[in-house]
Design a protein around this ligand. Structure first.
Ligand code: ADP
Length: 342
């Protein structure tokens, strides 16, 4: 059996840490300018008309701000937020209390919405479109349908896999926004702001070094900052200079591209076991004793973006850049050497 994903099940103290650092209002968010501009327009329009906001779907790799947006939007509107998680809603009956308790114009946020069972998705269709819930109670000749009217609410869904959502569910979101990776300057700004909130004495060049090694992802940047802060408090009198940041990151096994042991392990597995690929993600996951979802959702997006990996119809293939980064001879080099010494 593959092990549980390492990164997705955050311990509770981790949740508190990220909640404390999370921007409270949209204006406090860094980056995602085009997404923010569009959201400001729909939020402003809903506020002016006194109507509920249309349903919104956010997709993108973990740690890029989906939950942060979902928390900020109701604050902008001055409406309550109710939070649910896809894997927690196993049957239609689990969804009913969330929907029936919603106040007028409130926001219901469903994280990992792609993990809702099909039967639950089907209940959502009429809830989202007509603000109505038709519940079948009992079965056989005793079955009866109860029609409940719901208050007009806004559903915000977040997913790392927009492609796994059924088309009818996807089409019911008036706004769909994809969150992309952050630029170095945006991430540096996030590191600086987090350091301020955490009272960390951080040099400017150390902030950009942490950002550079954070896989273009705010959550990772905050995690790296937390480790660097601990390292500085324990080993360097609490001041994070560039050298302190580099020493801390090296000790945690984070390399110059920001890859950690798991990222490198993934590339090395393809090279060692599958001679560089193509290899199917299931096979790689089994070899690494990880779940395929962890690889697809958490490890691959940044490797693909960094051009260390490509996805082909026949499977994953590592690139020449990956061999170079890992300082391993690429098959092309070995062919050349063989020819040279033949
Ligand atoms: P997701 O829901 O996409 O997995 P989160 O919204 O939980 O990601 O973001 C993880 C952390 O990263 C948050 O706690 C927040 O501190 C930080 N973060 C995310 N997006 C931004 C942003 N645009 N500006 C500043 N910080 C951000």
């Amino acid at each position: 059996m593959p092990r549980e994903p390492i990164l997705s099940a955050a311990p509770p103290q981790d949740e508190d840490f990220h909640r404390d650092l999370r921007p409270q209002r949209i204006v406090d968010m860094v980056g995602q300018r085009d997404v923010i501009e569009r959201l400001n327009i729909v939020v402003d329009a809903a506020r002016k008309r006194g109507e509920s906001l249309g349903h919104i779907l956010f997709d993108g790799p973990p740690g890029l701000g989906k939950t942060t947006f979902a928390n900020c939007i109701p604050r902008e509107l001055g409406v309550p937020l109710v939070t649910a998680s896809g894997p927690g809603i196993k049957a239609p009956k689990d969804l009913i209390p969330y929907l029936t308790n919603l106040e007028e114009h409130a926001v219901l946020f469903i994280d990992e919405i792609h993990r809702l069972p099909k039967a639950v998705e089907e209940y959502l269709y009429s809830a989202m479109e007509d603000f109505r819930l038709d519940i079948v109670l009992g079965d056989g000749i005793n079955a009866r349908t109860i029609n409940l009217r719901l208050k007009r609410f806004t559903l915000i869904g977040a997913t790392t896999r927009a492609g796994m959502l059924s088309a009818p569910l996807r089409d019911r979101f008036a706004t769909r926004e994809h969150l992309g990776f952050y630029s170095l300057s945006e991430l540096t700004e996030i590191v600086r702001r987090s350091a301020k909130k955490l009272n960390v004495k951080l040099h400017d060049d150390a902030a950009s070094e942490i950002a550079r090694r954070s896989r273009a992802t705010p959550r990772i940047a905050n995690n790296r900052l937390r480790w660097v802060r601990d390292f500085a408090d324990s080993q360097a009198g609490g001041i994070v200079t560039l050298d302190v940041a580099r020493a801390a990151l090296a000790m945690a096994g984070i390399d110059v591209l920001g890859l950690d042991k798991q990222d490198r392990g993934y590339l090395e597995t393809i090279i060692r076991v599958f001679t560089g690929g193509p290899a199917g993600v299931e096979a790689i996951a089994h070899t690494m004793n990880l779940s395929p979802d962890t690889l697809t959702d958490e490890v691959e997006p940044y490797l693909l973006r960094s051009e260390l990996l490509v996805r082909t119809p026949r499977g994953r293939v590592v690139t020449a850049k990956a061999y170079e980064h890992l300082q391993l001879p690429s098959p092309a080099d070995t062919d050349d050497q063989r020819r040279l010494f033949a």
